[in-house]
Design a protein around this ligand. Structure first.
Ligand code: SAH
Length: 540
C-alpha cells in the first residue's frame, strides 16, 4: 500500500518518525478520512466526509496552532512549507539586513549578527548582538535602536516633543546604567538568553497561589500618578518583553496564565505600577473546569478525552468541515476508537477548543460561552456578526484576572476613577472595574474597531452613569489633546490598555516580526501617551 507524499510529510510533522507503527496507524487514519471508498456507508449520519488532501480550508494544518497554546487569541496564522518557506526566509533576512544598514550598521555586522542569532531573531536582539561584539559593555547600539523606534513613533508630534522624550530616555538610561537594572530580576542575564516564563504562571500572586515573599520596589519614576496597566501576550519573540519593560520604567512584567483562575488558558504578561498587596478576586470565583462551567457537556464527553480545561480562546473557530470529519471518522471507528483516531480527534479538539455536544459530535464554543469564560456579561458582544464576536473576544482581557490586579483601586478611589483606556477593544478593563464595584466617573476610550466601539457604547449606556468619550486612533492623540483631557478630568487615575500583538503571537514565524511590526509597534504609542499624561499631571 502506498501513501501520497503530502500525507506522509503531514504524518511525520504530527508525530515524528521514530515510532513506525504509530506513524503507519496515523497514515491509515488519514487514508480512511480521505478515501471515501474506504469509508463505507456514512450516509446514515448524513456526513459527506471531506477528503483530507482536498481540504481547502487550512485548519487541518497543525502549524496553525501553537501546541503550547499560549500564543493567545490575538493572532492565528497558517504556515507554509518547502520552497515558499525558504524564499520567505531569505526575504525576511534581506529585509532585516536592510533595516540594520538603515540604522547605521555595516552590512558585514548585520550579516554576522544574523549568523549568530538566526534569521528569526528579533531586530532588537540583532542590534544587541552587534552592540556586544563592538565594545563589551557599550550600550550605544541598543540606545540607537530605541532612538530609531522613538523617531518613527513620534515623527508626527513635532521636534520639540520628540526632543523632550529623547532627553527623558537619556536620563533614564543614566539612572539605570543602560537599562538592565531596576528590579527586573527574571529578565536579567545575558541578552542571548531565552526569556524565562515562570511556572506555574501565577504572577506575583493569585487566589489560592502565592509566590513566597514577593516584595517589589518600583523605580522612582514608575510611581504614579497615574496608575498604569499594560497587557500583552506572554510568549513573544525574544527581547520583546525586555523592550516593553525598558520603556515602561524598567518594571518587571507579571506573567499570568488565567487557567489558574478559570476554565480556559490565557497566558499574558502585565506591566503595571499598582500595589500587589491586598488584592481580592471577583466573587464568586469562576469555574475552573469545563464541567464546572458547562455541566451538560458531561453527557457526551467520551472517557478517552482527558481534557478538563480549555486552551486559549482564539479569535477564530473550527470550520464545519473539521467537525464533520471528526464525526465521520468516529462513526466508522470501533468504540472506543483506536489510539491513532483518539489522538487525531483529541489533537483537533485541543487545537480548536471543541466540546462534545452529541454522540460523536463536537462543536466550537458559542460566543456567549466564550463571553462567560472570559468574565463578560452574557450577550456582551451580541449585535455584531459572529465572526466579529469571536475575533473581539479572542483579543480581549480575561476579566477576572485583570480585575484581581485592579482590585487594589477600590479602597483607594471610593469616589470613582477617571480612566484613559487605550486599545479598549470590547472593554475588558471597563467591565473589570464595573464588576469590582469601582465607579468610572469618566472614560476616554481609544479603539479603532467600529464594532468594538459599538459593543462598548452599548454596554456603557446600559450600566454606567459616567462620561464616555470615544476616540478612534491612538495616533490622533496629540500632546495638546491629551493635555486637554487631563485638564478636563483633573488628571487620569488609571491608564490601561493592551496593544495589538499581531506581530508577536502565532506560530507563523514570518508574521512574527516582533515589536517593530506594523501593529505591534503601536505599543510605543501606549508609552508615548502615558508619558505625556504623566508630564501633564506633574504640571497640575
Ligand atoms: N484589551 C482589549 C483588547 C485589546 S486588543 C479588550 O479587553 O477587549 C487590541 C485592540 O487595539 C483591538 O481591539 C484593536 O482594534 C485596537 N487597535 C488597533 N489599532 C489601533 C489604533 N491605531 N488605535 C486604537 N486602537 C487600535
Amino acid at each position: 500500500m502506498g501513501f501520497p507524499k503530502d500525507m506522509v510529510v503531514k504524518g511525520i510533522k504530527e508525530i515524528g518518525h521514530n515510532d513506525v507503527n504509530a506513524l503507519l496507524e496515523l497514515l491509515l487514519t488519514y487514508k480512511a478520512l480521505g478515501d471515501e471508498g474506504a469509508l463505507g456507508d456514512c450516509s446514515t449520519s448524513g456526513c459527506a466526509c471531506p477528503n483530507v488532501q482536498d481540504d481547502d480550508d487550512d485548519d487541518l494544518d497543525s502549524d496553525n496552532w501553537d501546541n503550547d497554546n499560549d500564543t493567545g487569541g490575538r493572532e492565528h496564522n497558517s504556515d507554509s512549507s518547502g520552497d515558499e518557506d525558504f524564499l520567505k526566509e531569505m526575504s525576511a533576512k534581506d529585509e532585516k539586513i536592510n533595516l540594520l544598514v538603515d540604522m547605521g550598521f555595516s552590512e558585514d555586522e548585520a550579516n554576522m549578527a544574523m549568523t549568530t542569532c538566526g534569521v528569526d531573531a528579533d531586530l532588537c536582539v540583532l542590534v544587541d548582538s552587534i552592540s556586544a561584539s563592538r565594545v563589551a559593555g557599550d550600550c550605544h547600539s541598543r540606545n540607537l535602536f530605541d532612538d530609531q523606534v522613538m523617531d518613527r513613533c513620534f515623527d508626527s508630534f513635532g521636534e520639540r516633543e520628540k526632543a523632550r522624550l529623547m532627553e527623558e530616555r537619556k536620563k533614564k538610561r543614566k539612572r539605570y546604567g543602560g537599562g538592565s537594572h531596576g528590579n527586573r530580576s527574571s529578565l536579567d542575564g545575558s541578552d542571548d538568553e531565552q526569556m524565562h516564563l515562570p511556572n506555574p504562571m501565577v504572577g506575583f500572586n493569585l487566589p489560592g497561589y502565592r509566590r513566597p515573599s514577593v516584595m517589589r520596589m518600583l523605580p522612582q519614576q514608575a510611581i504614579g500618578p497615574p496608575f498604569f496597566y499594560y497587557e500583552n501576550v506572554a510568549r513573544t519573540p525574544r527581547g520583546v518583553w525586555e523592550t516593553i519593560s525598558r520603556f515602561l520604567y524598567d518594571i518587571e512584567p507579571e506573567f499570568v496564565d488565567s487557567m489558574h483562575l478559570s476554565a480556559a488558558a490565557r497566558k499574558r504578561g502585565y506591566i503595571h505600577n499598582l500595589p500587589i498587596e491586598n488584592r481580592s478576586p471577583l466573587l464568586p470565583l469562576p469555574p475552573k473546569t469545563i464541567f464546572e462551567a458547562f455541566p451538560h457537556y458531561k453527557k457526551w464527553w467520551p472517557s478517552w478525552d482527558p481534557r478538563r480545561q480549555l486552551n486559549c480562546l482564539q479569535t477564530t473557530v473550527a470550520s464545519a468541515k473539521t467537525t464533520e470529519r471528526i464525526q465521520c471518522l468516529l462513526a466508522r471507528s470501533s468504540n472506543p476508537p483506536p489510539p491513532s483516531v483518539q489522538k487525531y480527534v483529541i489533537d483537533e479538539c485541543r487545537k480548536w477548543n471543541l466540546v462534545w455536544v452529541g454522540k460523536n459530535k463536537v462543536a466550537p464554543l458559542e460566543p456567549n460561552e466564550v463571553e462567560y469564560l472570559l468574565g463578560f456579561p452574557r450577550d456582551h458582544t451580541r449585535g455584531v456578526g459572529k465572526t466579529e464576536r469571536y475575533k473581539s473576544l479572542g483579543n480581549s482581557f480575561h476579566v477576572d484576572t485583570v480585575a484581581y490586579h485592579l482590585s487594589v483601586l477600590r479602597d483607594m478611589f471610593p469616589n470613582g476613577v477617571s480612566v484613559l483606556s487605550l486599545f479598549t477593544g470590547i472593554g475588558g478593563g471597563e467591565v473589570a472595574l464595573h464588576r469590582l464595584g469601582i465607579h468610572m466617573r469618566a472614560v476616554v476610550s481609544v479603539e479603532i474597531g467600529e464594532a468594538n466601539r459599538r459593543i462598548l457604547r452599548g454596554w456603557w449606556d446600559q450600566t454606567q452613569t459616567g462620561t464616555l468619550i470615544e476616540v478612534a486612533d491612538v495616533k490622533s492623540l496629540t500632546p495638546d489633546i491629551i493635555a486637554s483631557y487631563v485638564g478636563r478630568f483633573g488628571g487620569f487615575d488609571l491608564v490601561i490598555g493592551g496593544s495589538p500583538c499581531n506581530n508577536l503571537a502565532g506560530s507563523n514565524r514570518h508574521h512574527r516580526d516582533g515589536l517593530e511590526g506594523e501593529q505591534s509597534s503601536l505599543f510605543y504609542h501606549y508609552f508615548r501617551i502615558l508619558d505625556v499624561v504623566k508630564s501633564a499631571m506633574a504640571r497640575m
